[in-house]
Design a protein around this ligand. Structure first.
Ligand code: DCP
Ligand code: MG
Length: 413
């Protein structure tokens, strides 16, 4: 029998005590933005769905009609829900049809990404005006390094929350801890509109009782694997020997798991990070057949490449690694990737490269001929406008995207 007991308290004592890192996460973000437009829905279960087929509400004074979840028919998923809808069991990622069984009378609104992006940049600008060292982690969350701001934590975080509210009309929850890993756990502890401060000494009492999946990076699969080893809480993990975890999960993950459970995380707050990739995907309203729906598939494929080209243009990037992702009717997922000889950014070039990937996909069986989801990804991004002046570059090379030679792509469908 292997020993799985380790020296957890020693490790916990080494958690860096001197930094002050905040994680700020907006509350029920997409839904809260929607409630700014429809304040009459406050206090009601409201669900925001991603599917394009959800009708926008008719709010003319005569009609004033909002769609209800029970009337939805399609394959869209919940992107988020208000806390009132969550009380009925409706959460992000659930199918809308399934959610309708739990909350038939919940209001269903279509997603309006422009509005969310706008609120996102406004809340980030508001925080930056008070605490400039921020790491952008996505549309509704940031890390903030408060270490060098000479102000007590609670008044400072109170000011940040007020600035966010003044700029957007929205509330957020903030966790403050000695590092990013703990701060992220804490921002979720008192939602909505909460502030949670945690010191390294609080780890055994407040972090160890939580499920391992509360650690950002431990997904459902790892949590399940841990559970099979009898490791359910973060405390269980903290008390498991590093050697045992390394034997079971490999040197990298094993060590990370051990450190994470003991509240050790030295990652800095990174104020700017180049995106590694951009991708676009679409789940079809019905499965599309590679031959019978060829025209529709080609149209959707071209539209995805067009949108990716716009994404790249907006960010000033070009890509050398193009990939496609297909989910078949039987839910099997297949991806293919190709490295292009030079960086590309135009829709026609992305289409050609992605078309090459599609050609390498077998469409043999009946299930493989019906496609549920199609995605295109541009990876290995580089700045399409500025010189590539990496430290070792020696000479400055202009990473200009290749010129395109418009040519119709021969789709394998
Ligand atoms: N989102 C999505 N699909 C998911 C999860 C989230 O499109 N499966 C979107 C909608 C959310 C936003 O991202 O509003 C932020 O995600 P969060 O996990 O922070 O969830 P919320 O902000 O909605 O709720 P919370 O108050 O729990 O943070
Ligand atoms: Mg959120």
């Amino acid at each position: 029998m292997e020993s799985i007991i380790g020296n957890s308290t020693d490790a916990a004592a080494h958690a860096t005590p001197c930094r002050r890192i905040a994680h700020l996460d907006m509350d029920a973000f997409f839904a809260s933005v929607e409630l700014l437009s429809y304040p009459e829905l406050r206090g009601q279960p409201v669900v925001v769905g991603g599917a394009k087929t959800i009708p926008p509400p008719d709010v003319t004074p005569a009609a004033h009609a909002f769609a209800r979840l029970k009337n939805y028919n399609g394959r869209g998923v919940v992107t988020t829900s208000t806390y009132e809808a969550r009380a009925l069991g409706v959460f992000s990622g659930m199918g809308l049809m399934h959610s309708a069984r739990l909350a038939p009378d919940a209001i269903l609104l279509p997603a309006r990404f422009d509005a969310y992006r706008d609120a996102s940049s406004r809340f980030k600008a508001a925080v930056t005006s008070i605490a400039p060292v921020i790491e952008d982690r996505g549309i509704d969350e940031i890390y903030i390094d408060l270490t060098n701001i000479p102000e007590a934590t609670l008044p400072l975080v109170g000011r940040i929350k007020t600035a966010v509210f003044d700029a957007t009309g929205l509330t957020c929850s903030v966790g403050i801890a000695p590092n990013k890993l703990l701060a992220k756990i804490c921002s979720d502890m008192d939602k909505p509109n909460g502030i949670t401060v945690l010191a390294a000494a609080d780890i055994p009492a407040r972090i160890w009782p939580l499920a391992t999946s509360k650690i950002n990076g431990i997904g459902a699969k790892t949590a399940e694997r841990l559970q099979r080893l009898g490791i359910v809480s973060i405390g269980d993990l903290a008390h498991t020997s590093e050697d045992f975890l390394i034997r079971r999960f490999g040197p990298h993950t094993g060590l990370w798991l051990h450190n994470a459970a003991n509240g050790i995380d030295e990652r800095p707050v990174v104020t700017w990070r180049a995106p590694k990739s951009v991708s676009r995907e679409t789940t079809f309203e019905r499965d599309l057949h590679v031959r019978h729906d060829r025209a529709e598939l080609s149209r959707q494929f071209a539209a995805l490449c067009e949108r990716l080209a716009q994404d790249l243009a907006r960010k000033g990037y070009a890509s050398r690694s193009i990939g496609v992702k297909l989910r078949f009717a039987d839910f099997r997922l297949l991806t293919r990737e190709i490295t292009w000889p030079c960086p590309i950014a135009q829709a026609a070039d992305i289409r050609r490269a992605a078309g090459q990937c599609l050609k390498r996909i077998p469409f043999d069986t009946a299930a493989q001929q019906r496609i549920r989801l199609l995605g295109v990804r541009c990876g290995a991004l580089m700045d399409g406008n500025r010189p590539d002046n990496t430290p070792d570059a020696g000479t400055l090379t202009l990473q200009k995207p290749c010129m395109t030679t418009p040519r119709q792509v021969e789709l394998p469908f």
